[in-house]
Design a protein around this ligand. Structure first.
Ligand code: GLA
Length: 379
């Protein structure tokens, strides 16, 4: 593993010792299947080469001490006494709390953490921290680590500790992805397949540099609206509904609830259509599905902002771009585009310039490699 050298130096400085293990857990972009995971639906995320590293050594007691290089801050807590606070440590405390609730015996550890997943961009820096933390706890405490079980623990940390009623997509892909592949996941059964990505197409992330506060409350509201729709339709989750049934019951629900459900039902189908298109190497169709997904998220699910709409429109109009859409929860953050590898240089330049002209802001644009899920190196 090609970990940053500063991890060792900082570990030595903080704990006057060497780490016993180094963990690497990736962030993700979601290719397709947005806001479908908490509706028991299908998703197609890909782990990216932007990651969180934790170097650590186990302790014999219940103390967890972590120095976060990005924040130049060292914080501690005791597993005997977890208290809610604010900040980066909450994701690790949330994981500890979920593990304790699920009766995993825990020991503490000393760690140094560093990452290059941009925070608030919709690239799941928090899931990367959570999955890395589950791995550290399993190694420090001596029980076996299972990707599905630990993704559920990460999700539980989000819901019960952080207060976001999130789905399981981000944690699953950070836990279970393999390099060069996207993860086609059924969020109901947690069955997944690794989908090879075409070699001559680049996945380009376009971070609008916009961040919105209160994303968690807007997110939770969307989830409630979806649950209302499922109830009116008489199904367990929107995954079990189709557009025909929705239209039949249109008069029984508010316009909002109708449109939220329309997005989820159509988005679920787009994931299945994209899988079929990938199998035929039909990237044009995948690109068209990207565009349709964005329009549905903009008009029906209403989780885009101006910046996301602008950058996606600019991207969609470039030669060599198969399709573009916002990615992640939305309300700000990043979009993605599928771009012919030969056109990537020009694409990047044109989107940077076009976006600056339109918004006055700078976009951060980079090509992502499909990376492997969490891994451990023993020192
Ligand atoms: C966030 C959540 C995921 C998923 C996406 C939207 O990333 O953590 O579970 O719901 O938003 O697709």
């Amino acid at each position: 593993m090609n970990h940053p050298k500063t991890l060792f130096n900082d570990f030595e400085m903080q704990f006057e010792d060497a780490p016993a293990y180094i963990i690497r857990a990736p962030g993700r972009v979601n290719l397709l299947g947005e806001h479908t995971d908490y509706n028991d639906g299908f998703v197609l995320p890909m782990a990216i080469d932007r990651v969180v590293w934790i170097a650590f050594h186990p302790r014999e007691d219940q103390q967890v001490n972590i120095y976060a290089i990005n924040f130049d801050e060292r914080l501690s807590f005791s597993l005997d006494h977890l208290e809610k606070d604010a900040g980066w440590m909450e994701y690790i405390k949330g994981v500890a709390n979920a593990l304790i609730t699920e009766n995993f015996p825990l020991k503490g550890w000393d760690g140094v953490m560093v990452g290059d997943v941009p925070v608030g961009a919709g690239l799941s820096s928090s899931a990367a921290v959570e999955i890395a933390a589950t791995r550290a706890f399993s190694l420090a405490s001596g029980w076996e680590w299972d990707p599905r079980r630990m993704a559920q623990v990460g999700q539980r940390a989000e819901i019960e500790w952080v207060g976001v009623n999130s789905g399981i997509m981000d944690q699953m892909v950070s836990a279970a992805a393999i390099a060069g592949h996207a993860l086609f996941l059924d969020t109901r059964s947690l069955e997944y397949e690794h989908v090879p990505l075409p070699k001559d197409v680049a996945v380009v992330v376009m971070d609008t540099s916009t961040r919105r506060g209160l994303v968690s409350s807007a997110y939770n509201t969307r989830r409630e609206e979806c649950e209302q729709a499922a109830e009116i339709l008489g199904v367990k989750a929107l995954r079990d509904a189709d557009l025909e049934a929705l239209i039949e019951k249109k008069n029984e629900m508010s316009e909002f609830v109708f449109r939220r459900a329309k997005h989820v039902i159509s988005e679920n189908q787009r994931v299945l259509d994209a899988i079929a298109a990938f199998q035929k190497d039909d990237i044009k169709t995948v690109g068209r599905l990207f565009n349709e997904s964005h329009h549905s998220l903009r008009d029906d699910f209403e989780v885009t902002n101006d910046a996301l709409n602008w950058i996606v429109e600019i991207a969609q109009s470039q030669l060599g771009c198969f399709g573009a859409r916002m990615t992640g929860a939305g309300f700000g953050g990043a979009a993605i585009a599928l771009v012919d590898e030969k056109a990537v240089g020009e694409f990047k330049k044109a989107v940077e310039e076009g976006y600056k002209q339109k918004s006055g802001m700078d976009a951060v644009i980079y090509i992502c490699e499909a990376s492997a899920g969490v891994s451990v190196e023993k020192i």
